[in-house]
Each structure stands twice: as structure tokens, then as C-alpha cells.
Design a protein around this ligand. Structure first.
Ligand code: ACO
Length: 406
């Protein structure tokens, strides 16, 4: 019963059988042929291909093609796709001026979203949602420019000059060079880092109707163009319960390493829900089993840290937290396992990325999924504008009282 005296059954009749499903726990918002998840079994497939096979044998651009066009590319198709992307990696100089105007300590996720939003003002020739060539052009522009924007946001935060893209390099190596290279100095891309980052991008490339993807679809369902929809998705990703968790994990590990809490004290705080403390990087709405991406990331973390000769005590702390959680009734009963974000931050840190950039890396990885989902929705004749209902629990009708009588 609502506090205004409505009872739910009469309200449901009034609104045509509205179902209250807070957080969309049980409600499918669309049909999709892109990504399959079985959360109980810990299975993830893109277009039918198991994630472990793609992570092991594919490349990020190949997976991007698969997500967007539905099939793995042939050699010729991949070459054509890659060269089309390479044609669009540069940023308009005026867009660079816009980026330069942000404060140096601005969060790079805010800069990323603002810059993608601004792409809609620079590229007005690809804003149509129905013209296939324009959608294709905005797709290429986004895939090519997001890494450049991300690298520029990083350079700005460091107070360093930016580097133009070098299109002789592949997408990931080009991004690493623009991020860590210094003008007029040679920069050797470490193949271990490039391969690991490419694999991490694959693991993040799509995850069906999560918070940011649903945002992209919802904004697009009102027929907003691709740049506007992706810009909104980047903001949705930034929160600590979603993509922002990868930075939050490192902050949590730093807190324990600094001795603010030892591992056991921290875990007790989590279990007692003291001050809303959570074990960041744990739990998932859909996975009630080990997140298959987390299993791959954990192996990669060990491999990359070892190959780079990094001995990070925070990896030990993370493993200890996981070990405790997997045996503890609190986590077992609630089926809380490490998610994709639990170990990624340690790898990004070993690669040299500052914590604020972690969620930006997630966004670069997730971009092809967002684009694929937006395009699928736009091509689906069953699509309607997204418009959830509500159950009204406010006041019943009452009479207006003039301000002098309140
Ligand atoms: N630490 C401690 N307790 C947790 C955690 C956690 N990380 N996650 C869930 N729980 C508890 C909840 O408090 C709740 O307990 P209760 O039954 O006693 O009330 C129970 O487990 C169920 O959790 P919900 O919050 O209802 O689950 P929901 O599906 O709504 O949330 C979410 C999923 C947001 C991912 C949650 O597990 C969480 O906050 N995790 C930490 C943040 C995180 O790692 N986010 C990244 C998710 S993956 C991604 O976006 C890439």
C-alpha cells in the first residue's frame, strides 16, 4: 500500500498491469543477438564464440568487427576495416583546443564523455540514424578517435604535449605511444603490454544490457545520434558500481596496504556493512559463479607482472581477499565472486597507467559493444522509445493553498 492511500492492485489496473522491477532484475528490455551470458554457469559468448577462445586467439579489432557486423572478418575484410579506422584517428585541431581548456585535474572520464559529445558538433555529416553510410562513418570515427581522445586526456593531466597518431602502428600500440611517448623521442611499444591490453579490451568489449549499454540504448531509443548516445554511456560507466570499480579496487588495496585496516579487519567491515563498505571488484548482477573474464584477467595479471618484473604487494593482498571471500559464508551464501574489475587495475598499474585512467581503458574496450547494441536497436523494427513506468506513491489529489495561508 502506498502512503497516499493507493493500493497496488488498483494502481496496476489503472496503469495496465505495471510491474515494479527496481533495477530491472527480471525484466528484459530488448531482444539481442550479440552477447550471451549464463550467469549461473559462468558462460560468456560474443555472437556465439566463447570468450576464452576470443581472448586467446583473436584481436580487439577482429572482435570489434564481430560484434558490430555479426561475423568474424576474413583477412581482406579485417584489412579494409583496419585501414578505414586508421583514416580517422586524428582529432580536429579545434577539438584539441577544447580539450586543452579543461582543468588539468579534470577526471579523464568527464573529458572523454565531453569530447565524444563534442564530436557531434564537429561531424555533422554523420549524425543520421537511418542513413547507413553515415552510421558507418560515425562508427569508424568513434572507434578511431576514442583512443586518441583518451591519450590526449592523459597527456593533459600530466602537463605534457600531445602526440599525433602514427598510423603505421596498430590501434593498441598507437594508443600506448600517444599515452606514454614524448614528442621527438623514440618510443618502443612493449609487445607484452600491447598484447595484454588488446586482450583486456576484448574481455570488456560487450556484456549485454549492463548499466552503460542500457543507457546507450535508452538515449538512442529517443533517436539521439550515435555520438550523443555513446557520450551518455561513458558517463554511466564512470560510477564505482559499474566501470569505476576498477579504480575503486586499487583504492581499496591501497587502503589496506597503507595499514589503515588489515585484511581481516577490512573483511569484517565489509560483512558488517560498516559505512557501506563493499569488497570492490566482487559481485555481479548476472554472474552467480566465477566471472569467466575475471578468471582470464587473474592469469594475465600474474603473467604480465612477472614478465614486466613488477613485484606488487597489492597483488598478494588481492589474492588474500579472494581466498578469504571464497571460503566465507557471507560471500558464499550471496554468491559473490571476483568480477572482471578485481584484477584489471593491478595490470593497468603495472603498465604505468594512473588510477584515473582505468575506467577510460574500460570505455575504449566497451566501445564496439555499445556501437553494436545501438546499431542493432536502430535496425530492429520492433524498437520503441524506452519509457519505463512507475508506481506512484506520492500524495493523492489535494487542493492548492495560497502562499499566505501555508
Ligand atoms: N561486497 C560486499 N557485499 C556485497 C557486494 C560486495 N562487493 N556485492 C553485493 N553484496 C551484497 C549486498 O550487500 C547484498 O547483501 P544483502 O542480501 O545482505 O542485502 C547482496 O550481496 C546482494 O547484492 P546486491 O547489491 O543486491 O546485488 P546487485 O546485483 O544489485 O549489485 C553489484 C551488483 C552492483 C555489482 C554489487 O555486487 C556491487 O556493488 N559490487 C561492488 C562493485 C563492483 O565491483 N562493481 C563492478 C561490477 S562489474 C562491472 O560493472 C564491470
Amino acid at each position: 500500500e502506498g502512503n497516499a492511500g493507493y493500493d497496488i492492485s488498483s494502481l496496476m489496473k489503472e496503469t495496465g498491469n505495471t510491474t515494479l522491477d527496481v533495477g530491472f532484475v527480471n525484466t528484459a528490455s530488448c531482444q539481442s543477438a550479440i552477447t550471451y551470458i549464463d550467469g549461473d554457469a559462468g558462460i560468456l559468448r560474443y555472437r556465439g564464440y566463447p570468450i576464452d577462445q576470443l581472448a586467446k586467439s583473436s584481436s580487439f579489432l577482429e572482435v570489434s568487427y564481430l560484434l558490430i557486423y555479426g561475423e568474424l572478418p576474413t583477412t581482406a575484410e579485417l584489412e579494409e576495416f583496419t585501414s578505414r579506422i586508421h583514416r580517422h584517428t586524428m582529432l580536429h585541431e579545434d577539438l584539441k583546443d577544447l580539450l586543452a581548456a579543461f582543468p588539468r585535474d579534470a577526471h579523464p572520464m568527464s573529458v572523454l564523455s565531453a569530447a565524444v559529445s563534442a564530436l557531434g558538433t564537429f561531424y555533422q555529416d554523420s549524425l543520421s540514424i537511418t542513413d547507413k553510410d553515415q552510421v558507418e562513418l560515425s562508427t569508424m570515427r568513434l572507434l578511431a578517435k576514442l583512443p586518441t581522445i583518451a591519450a590526449y586526456a592523459h597527456k593533459k593531466s600530466q602537463g605534457q604535449p600531445t602526440l599525433y597518431p602514427d598510423n603505421r602502428l596498430d590501434l593498441v600500440s598507437n594508443f600506448l605511444r600517444m599515452t606514454f611517448g614524448v614528442p621527438a623521442e623514440d618510443f618502443e611499444v612493449d609487445p607484452i603490454v600491447a598484447k595484454a591490453l588488446d586482450q583486456l579490451f576484448i574481455l570488456h568489449a560487450d556484456h549485454e544490457q549492463n548499466c552503460s549499454t542500457s543507457t546507450v540504448r535508452l538515449v538512442g531509443s529517443g533517436h539521439a545520434h550515435l555520438f550523443a548516445s555513446i557520450s551518455a554511456g561513458i558517463h554511466a560507466l564512470s560510477g564505482p558500481l559499474h566501470g569505476g570499480a576498477n579504480s575503486a579496487v586499487l583504492e581499496m588495496l591501497g587502503h589496506i596496504q597503507a595499514g589503515d585496516d588489515d585484511v581481516d579487519t577490512f573483511m569484517n567491515k565489509v560483512k558488517n556493512k560498516e559505512d557501506g563498505v563493499k569488497l570492490m571488484g566482487f559481485g555481479h548482477r548476472v554472474y552467480k559463479n566465477y566471472d569467466p573474464r575475471a578468471a582470464i584477467v587473474k592469469d594475465t595479471a600474474h603473467e604480465v607482472l612477472q614478465k614486466l618484473g613488477v613485484n606488487d604487494p597489492q597483488l598478494e593482498i588481492a589474492m588474500r581477499l579472494e581466498e578469504i571471500a571464497l571460503k566465507d559464508d557471507y560471500f558464499v551464501e550471496r554468491k559473490l565472486y571476483p568480477n572482471v574489475d578485481f584484477y584489471t587495475g593491478l595490470i593497468y598499474k603495472a603498465m604505468g597507467f594512473p588510477t584515473e585512467m582505468f575506467t577510460v581503458l574500460f570505455a575504449i574496450g566497451r566501445l564496439p559493444g555499445w556501437i553494436a547494441q545501438w546499431r542493432e536497436m536502430m535496425e530492429d523494427p520492433a524498437t520503441k522509445i524506452g519509457r519505463p513506468r512507475q508506481l506512484y506513491i506520492g500524495e493523492a489529489e489535494r487542493q492548492f493553498v495560497g502562499i499566505d495561508k501555508r
